[in-house]
Design a protein around this ligand. Structure first.
Ligand code: DC
Length: 220
Protein backbone atom coordinates (compact mmCIF):
# COMPACT_ATOMS: atom_id res chain seq x y z
CA UNK A 1 0.00 0.00 0.00
CA UNK A 2 1.26 3.44 -0.94
CA UNK A 3 1.26 5.72 2.11
CA UNK A 4 2.11 8.95 0.25
CA UNK A 5 -0.97 11.20 0.52
CA UNK A 6 -2.84 12.14 -2.65
CA UNK A 7 -5.66 14.61 -3.12
CA UNK A 8 -7.50 14.15 -6.40
CA UNK A 9 -9.50 16.97 -7.97
CA UNK A 10 -11.55 15.85 -10.95
CA UNK A 11 -14.20 17.70 -12.87
CA UNK A 12 -15.32 19.11 -16.20
CA UNK A 13 -13.38 21.51 -18.34
CA UNK A 14 -13.00 25.09 -17.03
CA UNK A 15 -14.32 24.15 -13.58
CA UNK A 16 -11.25 25.79 -12.05
CA UNK A 17 -9.60 22.46 -11.17
CA UNK A 18 -6.15 23.55 -12.29
CA UNK A 19 -6.09 26.77 -10.29
CA UNK A 20 -7.61 25.15 -7.21
CA UNK A 21 -5.36 22.06 -7.38
CA UNK A 22 -2.15 24.05 -7.77
CA UNK A 23 -3.15 26.40 -4.92
CA UNK A 24 -3.96 23.45 -2.64
CA UNK A 25 -0.60 21.85 -3.57
CA UNK A 26 1.24 25.08 -2.85
CA UNK A 27 -0.46 25.51 0.47
CA UNK A 28 0.45 21.97 1.61
CA UNK A 29 3.91 21.94 -0.01
CA UNK A 30 2.80 19.00 -2.20
CA UNK A 31 3.66 18.20 -5.80
CA UNK A 32 1.09 19.00 -8.46
CA UNK A 33 0.05 16.83 -11.41
CA UNK A 34 -1.87 18.49 -14.24
CA UNK A 35 -2.95 15.31 -16.03
CA UNK A 36 -4.93 17.24 -18.67
CA UNK A 37 -1.63 18.79 -19.80
CA UNK A 38 -0.41 15.31 -20.78
CA UNK A 39 -3.43 14.83 -23.07
CA UNK A 40 -3.01 18.37 -24.39
CA UNK A 41 0.71 17.76 -25.08
CA UNK A 42 -0.14 14.55 -26.92
CA UNK A 43 -2.76 16.37 -28.99
CA UNK A 44 -0.45 19.31 -29.66
CA UNK A 45 2.34 17.10 -30.94
CA UNK A 46 -0.06 14.91 -32.94
CA UNK A 47 -1.48 18.01 -34.66
CA UNK A 48 2.00 19.36 -35.28
CA UNK A 49 3.09 16.06 -36.83
CA UNK A 50 -0.12 15.98 -38.95
CA UNK A 51 -1.17 12.65 -37.45
CA UNK A 52 -4.72 11.44 -37.93
CA UNK A 53 -6.17 11.84 -34.40
CA UNK A 54 -8.09 8.59 -34.83
CA UNK A 55 -4.89 6.64 -35.62
CA UNK A 56 -4.71 5.05 -32.17
CA UNK A 57 -1.37 3.18 -32.40
CA UNK A 58 0.49 6.19 -33.82
CA UNK A 59 -0.96 8.66 -31.30
CA UNK A 60 -0.26 6.23 -28.44
CA UNK A 61 3.34 5.77 -29.59
CA UNK A 62 3.74 9.52 -29.58
CA UNK A 63 2.17 9.76 -26.08
CA UNK A 64 4.52 7.08 -24.72
CA UNK A 65 7.55 8.94 -26.07
CA UNK A 66 6.57 12.38 -24.71
CA UNK A 67 9.32 13.98 -22.65
CA UNK A 68 7.78 17.17 -21.30
CA UNK A 69 9.62 19.25 -18.73
CA UNK A 70 7.43 20.91 -16.07
CA UNK A 71 9.44 23.70 -14.51
CA UNK A 72 8.47 26.83 -12.60
CA UNK A 73 4.95 26.83 -14.04
CA UNK A 74 6.23 26.40 -17.60
CA UNK A 75 5.87 23.38 -19.86
CA UNK A 76 8.68 22.68 -22.31
CA UNK A 77 8.27 20.08 -25.04
CA UNK A 78 11.17 19.21 -27.37
CA UNK A 79 12.86 22.48 -26.41
CA UNK A 80 9.76 24.58 -27.20
CA UNK A 81 7.85 26.57 -24.57
CA UNK A 82 4.31 25.27 -25.13
CA UNK A 83 2.76 26.55 -21.87
CA UNK A 84 0.23 28.82 -23.62
CA UNK A 85 0.05 26.96 -26.92
CA UNK A 86 -1.45 23.82 -25.35
CA UNK A 87 -4.24 25.94 -23.79
CA UNK A 88 -5.62 26.91 -27.21
CA UNK A 89 -9.23 25.80 -27.76
CA UNK A 90 -8.25 23.77 -30.83
CA UNK A 91 -5.72 21.82 -28.76
CA UNK A 92 -8.32 21.26 -26.00
CA UNK A 93 -10.78 19.86 -28.52
CA UNK A 94 -8.10 17.59 -30.03
CA UNK A 95 -7.07 16.54 -26.49
CA UNK A 96 -10.58 15.36 -25.72
CA UNK A 97 -10.46 13.24 -28.91
CA UNK A 98 -7.11 11.57 -28.16
CA UNK A 99 -8.20 11.07 -24.52
CA UNK A 100 -10.94 8.73 -25.77
CA UNK A 101 -8.32 6.30 -27.13
CA UNK A 102 -7.52 3.41 -24.77
CA UNK A 103 -3.94 2.97 -25.96
CA UNK A 104 -3.25 6.66 -25.31
CA UNK A 105 -4.64 6.45 -21.76
CA UNK A 106 -2.55 3.33 -21.20
CA UNK A 107 0.59 5.07 -22.51
CA UNK A 108 0.12 7.92 -20.01
CA UNK A 109 -0.57 5.69 -17.01
CA UNK A 110 2.94 5.23 -15.68
CA UNK A 111 3.97 8.86 -15.83
CA UNK A 112 0.85 9.80 -13.84
CA UNK A 113 1.30 7.15 -11.15
CA UNK A 114 4.96 8.10 -10.97
CA UNK A 115 4.06 11.63 -9.91
CA UNK A 116 3.12 10.32 -6.45
CA UNK A 117 6.12 11.23 -4.36
CA UNK A 118 6.88 12.62 -0.89
CA UNK A 119 5.60 14.68 0.79
CA UNK A 120 2.37 14.30 -1.22
CA UNK A 121 0.55 14.98 -4.48
CA UNK A 122 -2.44 16.98 -5.66
CA UNK A 123 -3.61 15.60 -9.01
CA UNK A 124 -6.24 17.14 -11.25
CA UNK A 125 -8.04 15.66 -14.24
CA UNK A 126 -11.03 13.49 -15.06
CA UNK A 127 -10.14 10.08 -13.68
CA UNK A 128 -7.60 10.84 -10.94
CA UNK A 129 -9.86 9.55 -8.15
CA UNK A 130 -11.67 6.87 -10.15
CA UNK A 131 -8.81 5.20 -12.05
CA UNK A 132 -5.30 6.54 -11.42
CA UNK A 133 -5.33 6.97 -7.62
CA UNK A 134 -8.31 4.93 -6.37
CA UNK A 135 -6.75 4.89 -2.88
CA UNK A 136 -6.44 8.70 -2.70
CA UNK A 137 -6.62 10.31 0.75
CA UNK A 138 -9.24 12.81 -0.40
CA UNK A 139 -11.24 12.83 -3.64
CA UNK A 140 -12.97 15.99 -4.78
CA UNK A 141 -15.24 16.37 -7.81
CA UNK A 142 -15.29 20.04 -8.70
CA UNK A 143 -18.17 21.25 -10.82
CA UNK A 144 -19.73 24.53 -11.90
CA UNK A 145 -22.58 25.35 -14.25
CA UNK A 146 -21.72 25.64 -17.97
CA UNK A 147 -22.64 29.35 -17.75
CA UNK A 148 -20.28 30.00 -14.83
CA UNK A 149 -17.48 28.11 -16.59
CA UNK A 150 -18.05 29.95 -19.88
CA UNK A 151 -17.90 33.25 -18.01
CA UNK A 152 -14.59 32.26 -16.36
CA UNK A 153 -13.07 31.18 -19.64
CA UNK A 154 -14.31 34.42 -21.24
CA UNK A 155 -12.56 36.43 -18.49
CA UNK A 156 -9.34 34.41 -18.85
CA UNK A 157 -9.26 34.98 -22.61
CA UNK A 158 -10.07 38.68 -22.15
CA UNK A 159 -7.05 39.02 -19.85
CA UNK A 160 -4.95 37.70 -22.72
CA UNK A 161 -6.53 40.27 -25.06
CA UNK A 162 -8.71 37.69 -26.81
CA UNK A 163 -12.37 38.56 -27.22
CA UNK A 164 -14.52 35.46 -27.44
CA UNK A 165 -18.24 34.89 -27.83
CA UNK A 166 -19.64 33.67 -24.53
CA UNK A 167 -22.44 31.62 -26.12
CA UNK A 168 -19.95 29.85 -28.39
CA UNK A 169 -17.74 29.15 -25.36
CA UNK A 170 -20.67 27.66 -23.41
CA UNK A 171 -21.60 25.54 -26.43
CA UNK A 172 -17.99 24.29 -26.78
CA UNK A 173 -17.89 23.43 -23.08
CA UNK A 174 -21.12 21.44 -23.29
CA UNK A 175 -19.84 19.62 -26.36
CA UNK A 176 -16.59 18.73 -24.61
CA UNK A 177 -18.45 17.64 -21.42
CA UNK A 178 -20.62 15.40 -23.55
CA UNK A 179 -17.59 13.78 -25.20
CA UNK A 180 -15.75 13.38 -21.88
CA UNK A 181 -18.83 11.95 -20.12
CA UNK A 182 -20.00 9.61 -22.85
CA UNK A 183 -16.73 7.99 -23.80
CA UNK A 184 -16.41 4.30 -22.94
CA UNK A 185 -13.04 4.56 -21.20
CA UNK A 186 -12.55 6.49 -17.94
CA UNK A 187 -15.56 8.73 -18.58
CA UNK A 188 -15.85 11.94 -16.62
CA UNK A 189 -17.80 10.95 -13.50
CA UNK A 190 -17.27 11.40 -9.78
CA UNK A 191 -15.69 8.44 -7.98
CA UNK A 192 -18.31 6.91 -5.66
CA UNK A 193 -16.37 8.16 -2.63
CA UNK A 194 -15.69 11.68 -4.02
CA UNK A 195 -16.91 14.82 -2.31
CA UNK A 196 -18.85 17.00 -4.76
CA UNK A 197 -18.00 20.69 -4.72
CA UNK A 198 -20.08 23.08 -6.85
CA UNK A 199 -18.04 26.23 -7.28
CA UNK A 200 -20.57 28.18 -9.42
CA UNK A 201 -21.01 30.79 -6.71
CA UNK A 202 -17.72 30.37 -4.82
CA UNK A 203 -14.51 32.38 -5.18
CA UNK A 204 -11.21 30.57 -5.77
CA UNK A 205 -10.21 31.22 -2.15
CA UNK A 206 -13.45 29.75 -0.82
CA UNK A 207 -13.04 26.68 -3.03
CA UNK A 208 -9.39 26.15 -1.98
CA UNK A 209 -10.33 26.57 1.68
CA UNK A 210 -13.09 23.99 1.42
CA UNK A 211 -10.67 21.42 -0.05
CA UNK A 212 -8.09 22.17 2.67
CA UNK A 213 -10.75 21.88 5.38
CA UNK A 214 -11.85 18.49 4.03
CA UNK A 215 -8.23 17.35 3.87
CA UNK A 216 -7.73 18.31 7.50
CA UNK A 217 -10.66 16.15 8.54
CA UNK A 218 -9.49 13.05 6.64
CA UNK A 219 -5.83 13.51 7.54
CA UNK A 220 -6.16 13.38 11.31
O1 DC B 1 -8.39 19.43 -18.01
P1 DC B 1 -8.07 19.80 -19.45
O2 DC B 1 -9.14 20.65 -20.11
O3 DC B 1 -6.71 20.38 -19.60
O4 DC B 1 -8.07 18.39 -20.23
C1 DC B 1 -7.91 18.29 -21.62
C2 DC B 1 -8.61 17.03 -22.15
O5 DC B 1 -7.94 15.87 -21.65
C3 DC B 1 -10.07 16.91 -21.74
O6 DC B 1 -10.92 17.01 -22.86
C4 DC B 1 -10.22 15.54 -21.16
C5 DC B 1 -8.88 14.91 -21.20
N1 DC B 1 -8.45 14.40 -19.88
C6 DC B 1 -8.72 13.09 -19.58
O7 DC B 1 -9.38 12.41 -20.36
N2 DC B 1 -8.28 12.57 -18.40
C7 DC B 1 -7.58 13.31 -17.54
N3 DC B 1 -7.16 12.76 -16.40
C8 DC B 1 -7.32 14.68 -17.82
C9 DC B 1 -7.77 15.19 -19.01
Amino acid sequence: MNKIPVITIDGPTASGKGTVASRVAQSLGFHYLDSGALYRLTAYKALKNHLDLADEPSVARLAAALKPIFKEGKIILDGENVTDKIRAEAVGIAASKVAALGAVREALLEVQKGARSEPGLVADGRDMGSVIFPDATLKVFLTASAEARAQRRFNQLKEKGIIANIDTLAQDLRERDRRDMQRALSPLAPAPDAKILDSSSLTIDQTVNQVLAWYKTVNR
